[in-house]
Design a protein around this ligand. Structure first.
Ligand code: FE2
Length: 213
């Protein structure tokens, strides 16, 4: 397994004009509607500008692999995005706008070194995640993820951001919550399990995947 990239969280890192350009671009792109008011695009028109920004912030030579705009109001399940077929391992999340409570983005310290996967937690009804994403039964802590804590999730992280899950489904996880404010940027290894925090919000962001050259 290649070295795990250390998470970068930047505040006031994305220029306002790039955010405005991104929202305009989103409005122009063809939207794909998923269940649960979840909208995605399969195209982003400002990849070169964003790639330059991410290269400058990380100091790395990165190649864009895939990504999309996404607007949703229901938190994403814990998942990873690494896919050896697409040869990517760095994720970039760029918040563009939100309504309602401030959303948070949770990056856990635990790693799933295999191809991308979503954990269904203890939901009994199947959730449609689209045809490209593998969803598995149960929760990450009962799978052979790396860096298991052997403990319950931190009380504060749980109470503030993860109460939409039963606590026992978060055992063996630890991590950090990053505020989804436009201007911020989260750059992390996409083999790290990540999820959206709870709350009543609707948010629009960009999620991109890169390969480290
Ligand atoms: Fe993701």
């Amino acid at each position: 397994m290649s070295k795990i990239f250390k998470t970068i969280f930047g505040t006031n890192a994305v220029p306002q004009d790039l955010i405005v350009a991104a929202v305009k671009d989103f409005n122009f792109q063809h939207k794909i509607k998923h269940p649960g008011h979840h909208i995605q695009t399969n195209k982003i028109g400002i990849i070169p500008e964003i790639t330059e920004l991410v290269k400058r912030i990380t100091g790395l030579n990165l190649t864009h692999k895939s990504g999309n705009y996404y607007e949703h109001s229901v938190p994403y399940l814990p998942h990873t995005d690494y896919n050896h077929f697409y040869d990517n391992s760095i994720n970039v999340v760029i918040p563009l706008r939100y309504e309602g409570d401030k959303p948070y983005f949770i990056v856990f310290d635990q790693i799933w070194p295999n191809n991308s996967c979503s954990w269904m937690m203890d939901y009994s009804d199947p959730i449609d995640l689209g045809h490209t994403h593998l969803a598995v039964k149960g929760w990450p802590g009962e799978y052979p993820i790396l860096n298991k804590t052997g403990k319950d999730v931190d009380e504060e992280l749980y109470e503030k951001h993860l109460k939409h899950f039963h606590k026992y489904t978060l055992k063996n996880l630890s991590g950090k919550a990053y505020p989804f404010d436009p201007g911020n940027i989260m750059i992390f290894d996409n083999r790290k399990i990540h999820a959206t925090g709870g709350g009543k919000w609707k948010k629009l962001g960009i999620s991109l995947r890169f390969k480290m050259e």
